[in-house]
Design a protein around this ligand. Sequence first.
Ligand SMILES: Cc1cc2nc3c(=O)[nH]c(=O)nc-3n(C[C@H](O)[C@H](O)[C@H](O)COP(=O)(O)O)c2cc1C
Length: 469
Amino acid sequence: MQDSSPYDLRSFLSALDANGELVRIHRKVDARFELPALLEQLERAGKAYIVENIKGRDFPLVGGLLSSARRMGLSVGQSAGPDYDHRAHARVYGEALQHPRTPVEVSSAPVKDVILTGDDIDLGKLPVPTFFELDSGPFITGAVGLSRDPEDGHLNMGFYRGLITGKDTVVVNASSLSDLRRIYAAAEASGEPMPIALAIGAPPAVLMCASGKTPPGVSELDIAGGLQGGPVRLIKCETSDLRVPADAEIIIEGVVEPNNKIENTLGEFAGQYGPETAPVTRVTAITHRKNAMYYSIMAGRNPEHNTIGAVSTYGMQRIIADNLRQQFPNIHDINVACEPRLGAMLHIFISIAKTSDAEPRKLLDAAFGATAGIFPVSMITKRIVVVDSDVDVFNLEEVEWATWTRLSGAEKILIKPNVKSWELERCVNDDMESVRVGIDATMDMDAVDKLLKPVIPGSETVKLEDYLD
Ligand SMILES: Cc1cc2nc3c(=O)[nH]c(=O)nc-3n(C[C@H](O)[C@H](O)[C@H](O)COP(=O)(O)O)c2cc1C
């Protein structure tokens, strides 16, 4: 049996450890509130972590792994330096889309070291944190869910948060835009048993691809293979026909009870409580590696959710950019930002070498009217800002600076009321509508002399380290 894969979570943890980016906490902590309070501070420190000793639990918890574009790059073998950003990672992901690798099936893997069924199943042994005061209970946040799409039989994959409601029950939540929601509905309509599996501690490339939407007929697992430079290894479940990542740490297998739905609440990544309703899954087996580690993504307003989630915007970024550049060839750059500092909705920043003062407004209208793959841009985007081409749209601070220093006319602010939104924007009205804001933060053409950004010619070639002994 192959003991470890060069693409698995452990290999990445070793790399982080070797770089001094991994912290180990040995002191015993309580999973309810003490653990998340500690995790929040580790997140702020920007460290990856292993919390080794959690009261009454059998496994250590790992997290803070893919909390920046640079870390995502490192996890798939890129020599990602401090400048490696979402632009760079989008290029690497784009390459993977061009060179997918079909998964291979294996018959044995470490994730089958321990196989628990029947009375031996106990989700309470996992160190699953209860994150916030009003959460419904402990939430699995770092699991990749796998299910079979009844329409074409392909293996569907996504990140879904799971509330543990008992020793062998978990509620796996699926948003209204997810394929899983559609698969649940099909199972409810057919009355057929629906198997599902949760892979915890899957290889980083699988984690990144799980949140992304792929073009029809393209599997997220094939892209993950392309991204990590070798096929994803899959293995059959013990109690169903589903295939799961063989190099995961822990697999939870179960059967969905489509009619048995439960409402549940978690303090989400936008910094608000998010109620969801989803069916109960009855767990039929847990399999795991010897000395398995439980991977968790810190809930609430912390970077890792958005960093991984940003991968799903790379495709939108391309579609929106191609679409808008056809109409506005003088667009300089576009950033579709999935930014924890700005909540759950997307913000789009566009720089342009404008040829008239009327042009940015036309661009705002066109951008809100565009589509982002399967979604209208206006549905998932809270704000669009148009800036001049001297502003780096990948630098939030620069966009904010331009907005508040180059804007004086009220007509440069576009307010779009009652726009169709979706449930992840928790402030929507009863008709699922909300406001959208467009800002023309470009310099008025007759005011350029006063508003120009002071620049030092050639400053990018001067490096401090070259001047220090
Ligand atoms: C950390 C994280 C947690 C997520 N949690 C959920 C969730 O609870 N429910 C959901 O539907 N989507 C969630 N998403 C987004 C989905 O993973 C994403 O939309 C995915 O494409 C859904 O897959 P599907 O459409 O194939 O079902 C999450 C994404 C990330 C990065």
